[in-house]
Design a protein around this ligand. Structure first.
Ligand code: GTP
Ligand code: MG
Length: 305
C-alpha cells in the first residue's frame, strides 16, 4: 500500500498519493488514514500579485528552514508558476537544488480540471506532506484577480507578497488583502519605491488587532531579509497557538474542506444523472421561465429521489 510507504517516509509514495488525490482515485481507507495521521504541519499561504517574487521568496525561505533542520513542502497553484515552466534560469537552478533534497517536496497544481475541487485536492496534498513529515507547507498562489483561490481559508499563516510597481495599491486594498494578511512582505526592496509601499500598507492597517501584521522588506533574489520573514512566520504560529486562534483556523479549514467536497459531489451527481437536463434548466432560468432559487430546490429534490 502506498500509505504504508508514505509512513516510512518514501518521497515517491508521497508524489504518487498526491496524484491519486488529484485525479480522485485514492481509496477511502487511505483518505481516512491520512486524515487521522495528519495534524502537525504549519500551513503557510504565500499570496500576491503576479511576478512579485513569491516563488523566489519561497525558495529562499525553504533554504533557511532547511538550515534549521526543518522539512518543507511547497505547493504552487498556478500553471504559470516557475515550478512548471516559464522561469528564468536562475530561479530554475534554485528550485532544482531544492528538488534533490529529501527534506523538500515541490509540487505544482493547475487551476483547472479537478472534479473534486482544487482546494480539496490541495488540502489532500497538505495531509500527505504532513504525514510524510514536513514541518511547514507553503502554498503559493496568485491572489490579486477575481478568480483567486480561497487559499487563505486553508492557511494558518497568510503572507502577502507585494513589490514596488506591482499594480496600483488601491487595487490591493480593494482585493481585501489587508484583512487576510498576517504578514506583509515588500519584496524587490532593491527597486525604487519599496519604502513608500511599506508605509502605505502600514498606514492602512488596523492597529487594534491582537496580532499586528508586520510589514517586512526583502530582496528575495539576494536572500536579504529572509530570516526576518521566517521569524515572523514562526511568531505568528506561536501567537495562533497561544490565542486559541489555531483551533479556530483549523475549524474554518475543516468546514471549508467539507463544503468543497460536498459541492463537488453534488455537481458530479447532477452532471451524471441529469447532464442534459441540467443544461436545459439553465436555459430556462436565463429565459425567465424559472428562477434560480426554485430551480436549485427542484434539483435537490430530484437528487434525493
Ligand atoms: N530585483 C529583484 N528581482 C526579484 C526579486 N525577487 C524576485 N525577483 C525577480 O522577479 C521575477 C519574478 O519572480 P518570481 O519569484 O517568479 O515571482 P512570482 O511572484 O512567483 O511570479 P508568479 O508566480 O508568476 O506570479 C523573477 O525574474 C525574479 O528573479 C528581488 O528581490 N529583486
Ligand atoms: Mg511563482
Amino acid at each position: 500500500m502506498l500509505i504504508d510507504s508514505l509512513l516510512k517516509k518514501d518521497k515517491r509514495a508521497a508524489a504518487r498519493l498526491i496524484s491519486q488525490i488529484e485525479n480522485g482515485t485514492a481509496d477511502a481507507d487511505t483518505l481516512k488514514t491520512l486524515h487521522e495521521k495528519s495534524n502537525n504541519v504549519h500551513i503557510v499561504g504565500i499570496t500576491g500579485p503576479p511576478g512579485t517574487g513569491k516563488s523566489t521568496l519561497v525558495a529562499a525561505l525553504t533554504k533557511e528552514y532547511r538550515k534549521a533542520g526543518k522539512n518543507v513542502g511547497i505547493l504552487a497553484i498556478d500553471p504559470t508558476s516557475p515550478f512548471s515552466g516559464g522561469a528564468i534560469l536562475g530561479d530554475r537552478i534554485r528550485m532544482t537544488e531544492l528538488t534533490m533534497d529529501e527534506g523538500v517536496f515541490i509540487r505544482s497544481f493547475a487551476t483547472r480540471g479537478y472534479s473534486g475541487g482544487l482546494c480539496a485536492a490541495v488540502l489532500g496534498a497538505v495531509k500527505v506532506l504532513d504525514v510524510y513529515g514536513m514541518d511547514v507547507v507553503f502554498i503559493e498562489t496568485v491572489g490579486a484577480g477575481q478568480d483567486e483561490v480561497d487559499i487563505y481559508k486553508i492557511a494558518h499563516t497568510n503572507v502577502v507578497v507585494i513589490s514596488p510597481g506591482s499594480g496600483d495599491d488601491i487595487q490591493i486594498l480593494k482585493a481585501g488583502i489587508l484583512e487576510i494578511a498576517d504578514i506583509f512582505v515588500v519584496n524587490k526592496a532593491d527597486h525604487e519605491g519599496a519604502g513608500r509601499v511599506a508605509i502605505e500598507i502600514e498606514s492602512g492597517l488596523e492597529t487594534k488587532k491582537d496580532w499586528k501584521s508586520p510589514v517586512l522588506k526583502t530582496v528575495a533574489l539576494k536572500d536579504e531579509g529572509i530570516n526576518e520573514v521566517l521569524k515572523a512566520i514562526e511568531q505568528h504560529y506561536d501567537y495562533l497557538k497561544s490565542a486559541d486562534e489555531l483551533a479556530l483556523r483549523d475549524r474554518r479549514r475543516t468546514e471549508f474542506e467539507i463544503t468543497e467536497l460536498l459541492n463537488a459531489e453534488l455537481r458530479k451527481r447532477l452532471e451524471l444523472k441529469h447532464g442534459s437536463e441540467y443544461s436545459k434548466l439553465i436555459d430556462e432560468v436565463i429565459a425567465k421561465k424559472r428562477d434560480p432559487h426554485s430551480t436549485a430546490r427542484e434539483m435537490l429534490r430530484r437528487l434525493a429521489g
